[in-house]
Design a protein around this ligand. Structure first.
Ligand SMILES: [Zn+2]
Length: 130
């Protein structure tokens, strides 16, 4: 009690809150400034465990992806989808997410601009072409 609301959110809840706003919350190592995913517990460069949280725009370009024709639970209205890895525009970090309605590689050339639009509890980040 008495603490601000944001302090009571777990790292995952905070990440989701930002994702729903179209942002990616990342951790920046306080020792070497390396940027890592919020879900990583130590810096992959210097192994320090202290980070500060930095929100970045959830926009980037497709690096690679896999098209799945079996639609996961919660997306029954999508025909097929792509599990996409994309590189953020504002920092050198790759993030993965779910892009509905992609059925063939011609729907999604490498380098396509995409953005984060939502977060799904089971499937993670929800993407949209930008
Ligand atoms: Zn570091």
């Amino acid at each position: 009690m008495g603490e601000s609301k944001s302090k009571s959110l777990s790292p995952r809840e905070l990440f989701i809150k930002y994702a729903k706003n179209g942002e990616i919350l990342l951790n920046q190592c306080t020792k070497c400034n390396n940027i890592v995913l919020e879900t990583v517990y130590y810096c992959d460069k210097c192994f320090a465990k202290t980070f500060k949280q930095m929100p970045y725009k959830g926009k980037g370009k497709v690096v690679t992806y896999t098209i799945q024709s079996v639609v996961p639970e919660g997306f029954e209205d999508a025909n097929s989808y792509a599990w996409v890895i994309f590189k953020l525009d504002d920092c050198d970090v790759n993030v993965s997410g779910f892009l509905p309605d992609i059925s063939s590689p011609s729907d999604l050339p490498i380098g396509t601009k995409i953005k984060v639009v939502d977060f799904h509890d089971n499937h993670g980040l929800i993407l949209q072409k930008d």
